[in-house]
Design a binder for this molecule. Structure first.
Ligand code: SIN
Ligand code: FE2
Length: 215
């Protein structure tokens, strides 16, 4: 009884990060089993891989995509591609549970009518990080970013419109969803090097799903 009450409270907790940005604590937890199945199915068709930055560095975070468009980086630059460059096939379709979760989270964050066409799947092993960057390869900046954290915890950095703006450190746990758009759409963000952890969702790793309307 007490436990249920506690869970409900945590589930509905929304932590504002500033105008246009919010963390929805544990929002994805009710869907964790379906999300795990869906991630497994995508990875079977389009395996996780370490892409190379335009500067020639191998990314420590392993990535793949599903949806009409997938975010890729190689020596020629960053782009959205309808095909997986490794196989030449279209990316796996966006699982229904992904589409529904992303659109419900966006609504909770104040962005109704969000229909993602791209989902980047990131796998972080302990020690890996994602340096501060803006998401700016998408066509329409009126559409938000929805980012779902699964598995072991991480510290998310959420800054401002300039790289030099002070970034807030936001601990993200399994099931937390961050939504940013509107005045926060082009804010710099990143992930600090992951600490070792254990979580049953993905064997000691963190999985992040980033939903975007890219095309
Ligand atoms: C990203 O910015 O693409 C991912 C952020 C995260 O892993 O939380
Ligand atoms: Fe990003």
């Amino acid at each position: 009884m007490t436990q249920d009450l506690f869970d409900d409270e945590v589930q509905s907790a929304a932590l504002p990060l500033g105008p246009g940005a919010v963390v929805l604590r544990r929002f994805a937890r009710p869907d964790e089993a379906a999300l795990q199945d869906a991630v497994r199915q995508v990875i079977e068709q389009a395996p996780l891989r370490h892409m190379v930055t335009p500067g020639g560095f191998r990314m420590s975070v392993a990535m793949t995509n599903c949806g009409d468009l997938g975010w890729v980086t190689d020596l020629t630059g960053y782009r959205y591609d309808p095909h997986d460059p490794e196989s030449g096939n279209p990316w796996p379709r966006l699982p229904d549970v992904f589409r529904r979760l992303a659109s419900e989270a966006a609504s909770q964050g104040g962005f109704d009518g969000f229909v993602p066409d791209a989902c980047l799947i990131n796998r972080y092993e302990p020690g890996t990080r994602l340096s501060l960057h803006q998401d700016r390869n998408e066509r329409d900046f009126s559409q938000p970013i929805v980012s779902v954290s699964l598995g072991i915890s991480a510290v998310f950095l959420f800054g401002g419109p300039k790289r030099s703006d002070k970034a807030r450190r936001v601990p993200l746990d399994h099931g937390d969803v961050v939504v940013w758009g509107g005045p926060a759409r082009l804010h710099y963000h990143g992930v600090l090097p992951l600490k070792e952890g254990t979580h049953l969702f993905w064997d000691g790793c963190r999985i992040n799903l980033t939903f975007r309307k890219a095309g």
